[in-house]
Design a protein around this ligand. Structure first.
Ligand code: TYD
Length: 211
């Protein structure tokens, strides 16, 4: 039985998810009693990290869009079964850096695959598990891409090499999802200073925990 809460972190590349999480988790550790688990997709467990290497390899330019989608879905399933569900069953507060919405935004809006089919595959992979809360960090594509450029230490992956119009479609995909599911998805303006973004994110998580 699921006793914990699942919180997913979403946003286009360069939205600053990683920086926000680094500040948010210590603050939460000070204010909640539950154990906090932070993990990421694609990856989080050995099998899914292997799949991640295949997906993001800059040499894999021949990868078909449906192959890409199915690899993300396979990585998701393994990560869920091996790590996320046991943590939720133990009553932990689980944060995943990217989950089902990434497939809809990137492979759906970004790559042009059918949204309904992606949603079916997500449902198949997760047995219908939905996040209790999704923090969507929204940032205009120009700002997101400029941040990636400025952050020289970050590894460059195959998806970072995409042109600005792909990034714009991904953002639009997220905005559409946020409009469709306002109860689950909280949109946070990630073009604001980091401290402000962290404050809003913390407020949303604390509200969820109190309910
Ligand atoms: P990563 O280096 O983790 O990027 P970020 O720090 O922005 O999360 O690489 C993950 C990439 O995979 C990112 O560009 C988004 C993409 N992605 C998809 O296209 N579909 C998915 O279902 C997931 C989970 C990620």
């Amino acid at each position: 039985m699921i006793k914990g809460k699942l919180i997913t972190i979403e946003g286009p590349d360069g939205a600053g998810k990683t920086s926000v999480l680094e500040k948010l988790i210590p603050l939460l550790n000070d204010s909640v009693t539950q154990e906090i688990v932070v993990t990421r997709e694609p990856g989080g467990v050995a099998i899914s990290e292997h799949i991640r290497e295949i997906i993001l390899d800059v040499h894999h330019t021949a990868m078909d869009n449906k192959t890409e989608l199915l690899l993300y879905i396979a990585a998701r399933r393994q990560h869920l079964v091996e790590k996320v569900l046991p943590a939720l069953e133990a009553g932990h507060l689980v944060f995943i850096d990217r989950f089902t919405d990434s497939s809809v935004a990137y492979q759906g809006a970004g790559r042009g695959l059918c949204k309904r089919e992606i949603q079916w595959l997500n449902q198949f992979a997760t047995d219908g598990l939905e996040p209790d809360l999704t923090l969507y960090f929204d940032v205009p594509s120009e700002i997101g891409l400029a941040r990636i450029e400025a952050n020289k230490n970050r590894e460059v992956n195959r998806l970072d090499l995409e042109k600005i119009d792909m990034h714009q479609r991904v953002r639009q995909g997220y905005l559409d999802l946020a409009k469709e599911q306002p109860d689950r998805i909280v949109t946070i303006d990630a073009s604001k200073p980091l401290e402000k973004v962290v404050e809003v994110a913390l407020g949303s998580v604390l509200t969820l925990i109190k309910t």
